[in-house]
Design a binder for this molecule. Structure first.
Ligand SMILES: *Cc1c(COP(=O)(O)O)cnc(C)c1O
Length: 416
């Protein structure tokens, strides 16, 4: 997107504002599809939690994507966005049996990640096929909070518990239609991923009625120029060859599934915010923006890097800034970052703001969550309005009779 288009959006819809470029989402979807073109049956299930605006879900649906969901509410959003139940897979962690049953009732595919629920679900509903989430105990992922396949992780059924798993399947006579792993975000080493895949293939041989093998996601996207990223094309070549071989061995054309979130939407998103104050202190120059970690928490939560550009002065000479938010505690987006000279009122663009940005936004400090705009075929379309004061108080019950306002004269009684 051009800087001038972004500036027009900030002017028209106000700031801060999230902007998503549909063309980038579509090209990422096609890139991943192409990388696996030698696999007969490929299914990409977009991970809704990355960015769950209904218009984005509709866009994914129109591309032929399925949907990966982690809560019953995401299932409901998916159905509302037009996904067929069979195109939705429910992959929760640690949710109740009731929630899983509710999803099954809606007709979506079920992925179970612990033996306790597997046994209960299989005993009650042996006729409903389920997929199982395996933990291959492989360390992948860029940060301990987002690495979910290692030995201490709460996710998945350990490969060391396969004998117990098989006993449950045999006793309940349930049907396992898929196996799944998701090793964590920001995978860099393809060989580690392929190694985990071998464990999945080995596990798959225990089940006779599989329809699909789901390799999860966690592809690393670039955050700055010349940044490392998962080599999707190389992974596609290597894993496709291995997958096709496995299908021959298995005696059935299985579906190869992925659940990309970040890969599809991260780079498509920009977050635009205005600089309120440029503050020179004894040690640094702060640029304080009209937002904070209430709107974009990834730098504070994970130490994530978001490239920041001053789109109001893209040709200005570069200086060092610490970009900070207005939340009343430490709220740092970037320290000592070289950015084109900033004046108060300039608009900063935060890149890679498509995944895990708006969906993690909150009302902390009683601020409104920002609007979302889709940039599609050269037009800016509002897909979520900025919140208003009514949104902040909508669910609050004002028990005003409990605490009548203090009277003026009483207020002074403790004073000398
Ligand atoms: C979050 C999640 C994903 C998406 O991960 P990305 O790193 O955004 O691609 C996929 N599958 C499951 C089960 C998840 O929880």
């Amino acid at each position: 997107m051009k800087h001038s288009d972004l500036l027009k959006i900030a002017e028209k819809f106000g700031d801060p504002v999230y902007v998503y470029d549909s063309e980038k989402i579509i090209s990422q979807f096609q890139r991943l599809t192409n990388a696996f073109k030698s696999v007969k049956k490929l299914k990409l299930n977009y991970a809704a939690k990355a960015l769950s605006n209904i218009t984005i879900l509709r866009l994914m649906n129109s591309l032929g994507s399925g949907l990966d969901t982690v809560s019953i509410q995401e299932v409901q959003l998916g159905l509302l966005a037009g996904f067929k139940p069979e195109s939705i897979i429910f992959t929760p962690n640690g949710v109740s049996l009731e929630e899983i049953e509710e999803a099954a009732k809606l007709g979506v595919r079920i992925n179970i990640d612990n033996l306790s629920i597997l046994e209960q679900f299989g005993s009650k509903h042996p006729s409903i096929p389920v997929c199982i989430r395996i933990n291959p105990h492989v360390m992948a992922g860029g940060n301990s909070n987002i690495s979910v396949g290692h030995i201490d992780s709460k996710f998945g059924i350990s490969i060391h518990q396969i004998p117990h798993l098989l006993r449950i399947v045999e006793l309940t006579k349930m049907n396992i239609n898929g196996i799944h792993m998701h090793t964590g975000s920001d995978i860099l080493d393809i060989d580690v991923f392929l190694y985990a895949s071998e464990i999945l293939f080995e596990t798959a041989k225990n089940f006779k009625n599989l329809d699909f093998i789901d390799f999860g996601s966690g592809f690393k996207v670039p955050y700055k120029e010349a940044d490392i990223e998962t080599n999707i094309e190389e992974l596609g070549k290597k894993l496709s060859t291995r997958f096709n071989e496995f299908c021959k061995e298995y005696g059935k054309e299985l579906t190869l599934a992925f659940e990309p979130g970040k890969f599809l939407v991260s780079e498509a998103g920009s977050f635009l915010a205005k600089v309120n104050v440029v503050k020179q202190t004894t040690s640094t120059v702060f640029a304080s923006i009209d937002s904070g970690f209430n709107h974009l928490i990834r730098p504070m939560l994970y130490g994530s890097y978001h490239k920041i550009q001053n789109i109001s002065n893209p040709e200005g000479r570069e200086r060092y800034y610490s970009v900070v938010g207005y939340i009343c505690e430490t709220d740092t987006f970037a320290s000592n970052r070289r950015i084109n000279e900033i004046a108060e009122g300039d608009i900063l663009q935060f890149k890679n703001a498509g995944a895990y940005c708006f969906t993690m936004a909150s009302n902390y400090n009683s601020r409104f969550r920002p609007p979302e705009v889709l940039w599609h075929k050269g037009k800016a379309i509002l897909i979520r309005e900025r919140e208003t004061f009514d949104d902040l108080i909508r669910n609050q019950v004002d028990a005003s009779d409990l605490f009548p306002s203090a009277k003026e004269d009483k207020k002074l009684t403790t004073q000398p």
